[in-house]
Design a protein around this ligand. Structure first.
Ligand code: FAD
Length: 472
């Protein structure tokens, strides 16, 4: 069995960025494993915002340049306007933000780019020697040995739908026929768990009684419904174009009469863009899970229209959705790992961790022994603030710096130094995640004006390089 310095489980953006950070800092005895049978085009489009791009630049300049080259600024080439408008139910704009890299750069010292999950994965994967990133290894168990961790992986495991992470998985039965499932074990001095919101490693770490409640992601209360409508009457198309799109390449439509004391953003909102006579949309609906079980196709259209009607959305929008192509309908439930569930965050000391004397903890921390959680595995959340991958890149920048420091001091077997480093990572990252999740789940995220600008500056304008370098 090979023993690597670091094994990263999960070749999503955060796992790969961590691997690049380590590799470029001279830690080359590493391996990234991913459960996918083969790397293929799955996943949604992502906005990389100034903080995420700054983190990537700090991780590795070449990767940052490659991602910037690949990313686009404008989702729809036909439109002359360059803003994403947010409008209320009457079509009045109450906020807009530029889609152009340069406009963001001028304000926050870094820009914004849009890239698909797969293109981001591929671009990052190409920055590493190809033999360091292997597919077809699904991590199913971890065993703590005296001076390393054994990671058991299944090869040729059946491809299962992964509704937590992707819209679709091509789960053809043929692919799963006549295959021999084999187990392979890999050893690692340190394990970085970047296996996404439905993290297997998180479930293994938290399976003890006092932590088991935090093992699985919690349903956030929101479902995303995507669809497209082509065959709609000219009247409806005209009304939607003139009242809502108004020449913007993309628009969010939302009831902005926010009562700050009310429960979260408990109202539907629509993101919409039109291309080649087709209206495409993504609707976020606050709905209990039980209402969603078997809905697809026409039933999903009916449910969505019913919810829009209930929330007083204009008739033209309801009609547009009711004319959607049933085949185009897809739904995806959003899940969450809360960064905090107690009133205040109290971190155990390194000594308490090493003595296993942390029974007082209200919530489990993001590491155990030689294993540390990053990205969605630590703090996955609905994408309303477009921060999941961006925050994950900040994790990757932080943890790769701290592991590189452990390596520089040859501390691979110094358990105290390891847990001290992992705690430093969490003490920096967790309070930020509390703030981001709050913005994600409260009406705050939809406010405009000064309050919004203050949040933007706090998140985007930080000097990450200085903050992270000061940890070592
Ligand atoms: C609709 C939507 C829009 C979004 N928009 C944005 C946005 O605009 N901006 C933004 O920053 N974020 C956005 N996000 C969030 C973003 O996609 C995630 O936060 C990000 O992908 C998390 O990266 P990750 O590497 O931690 O996990 P993932 O991207 O989930 O990657 C996890 C990887 O681990 C692998 N894996 C899982 N289990 C195992 C196992 N047992 N063994 C081995 N490998 C395993 C998976 O195959 C996968 O490759 C959006 C999310 C959604 C759903």
């Amino acid at each position: 069995m090979n023993i690597y310095d670091v094994v990263i489980v999960g070749a999503g953006p955060v796992g790969l960025a961590t691997a690049i950070g380590l590799y470029k800092r001279g830690i080359t005895n590493i391996l990234v494993v991913d459960r996918t049978r083969a790397f293929r085009r799955v996943g949604q489009g992502l906005d990389l915002l100034p903080n995420g791009l700054k983190a990537l630049k700090y991780i590795d300049f070449d990767s940052y340049e490659a991602v910037k080259q690949f990313g686009i600024s404008q989702p729809n080439g036909n439109s002359k306007k360059r803003e994403w408008a947010v409008r209320n139910l009457k079509g009045e704009e109450f906020r807009s933000s530029s889609l152009q890299y340069d406009d963001w750069f001028k304000i926050y010292g870094e820009g914004k780019k849009t890239i698909s999950w797969y293109d981001l994965q591929t671009t990052l994967r190409n920055q590493l020697p190809s033999d360091l990133v292997v597919a077809n290894r699904r991590c199913v168990n971890l065993v703590e040995e005296s001076d390393y961790v054994r990671i058991d992986c299944l090869c040729n495991a059946k491809i299962e739908a992964n509704p937590y992470a992707y819209w679709h998985e091509n789960n053809t039965e043929d692919e799963d026929k006549d295959i021999e499932v084999i187990t392979q074990s890999i050893g690692a001095k340190l394990v970085v768990a970047a296996d996404g919101i439905n993290s297997t490693i998180r479930q293994i770490l938290y399976k003890e009684d006092n932590c088991s409640a935090f093992a699985q992601p919690e349903y956030s209360g929101y479902v995303a419904i995507s669809g497209s409508a082509t065959e709609i009457s000219e009247d409806i198309a005209e009304d939607v174009e003139t009242t809502f799109l108004q020449g913007n390449p993309i628009v969010t439509i939302f009831n902005n009469e926010i009562d700050r004391d009310s429960d979260a953003q408990d109202r539907p909102r629509i993101m919409m863009f039109s291309r080649d006579l087709t209206f495409n949309y993504l609707i976020h609906l606050p709905l209990p899970k039980q209402q969603l079980n078997e809905n697809s196709g026409q039933a999903l259209i009916n449910l969505t229209v019913e919810q829009l009607e209930k929330a007083d959305f204009p008739v033209s929008i309801q009609q547009l959705v009711s004319k959607s192509n049933a085949d185009s309908m897809a739904k995806r439930l959003y899940y969450l790992h809360r960064a905090t569930i107690s009133d205040s965050i109290s971190f155990p000391s390194t000594a308490e961790i090493n003595n296993n004397n942390n029974t007082e903890q209200k919530e489990p921390i993001w590491n155990k022994g030689r294993v540390v959680l990053v990205g969605d595995a630590a703090h996955g959340m609905p994408p309303f603030a477009a921060q999941g991958a961006n925050q994950g890149l900040e994790d990757a920048a932080t943890i790769s710096t701290l592991i590189a420091n452990l390596a520089a001091n040859n501390n691979w077997d110094n358990t105290e130094a390891i847990s001290e480093s992992f705690l430093k990572y969490e003490k920096l990252r967790r309070p930020m995640m509390v703030k981001i999740q709050e913005a994600t789940l409260k009406p705050f995220a939809f406010l405009s004006g000064e309050e919004r600008e203050k949040y933007n500056r706090e998140v985007y304008s930080r000097n990450l390089e200085k903050i992270i370098s000061s940890l070592v």
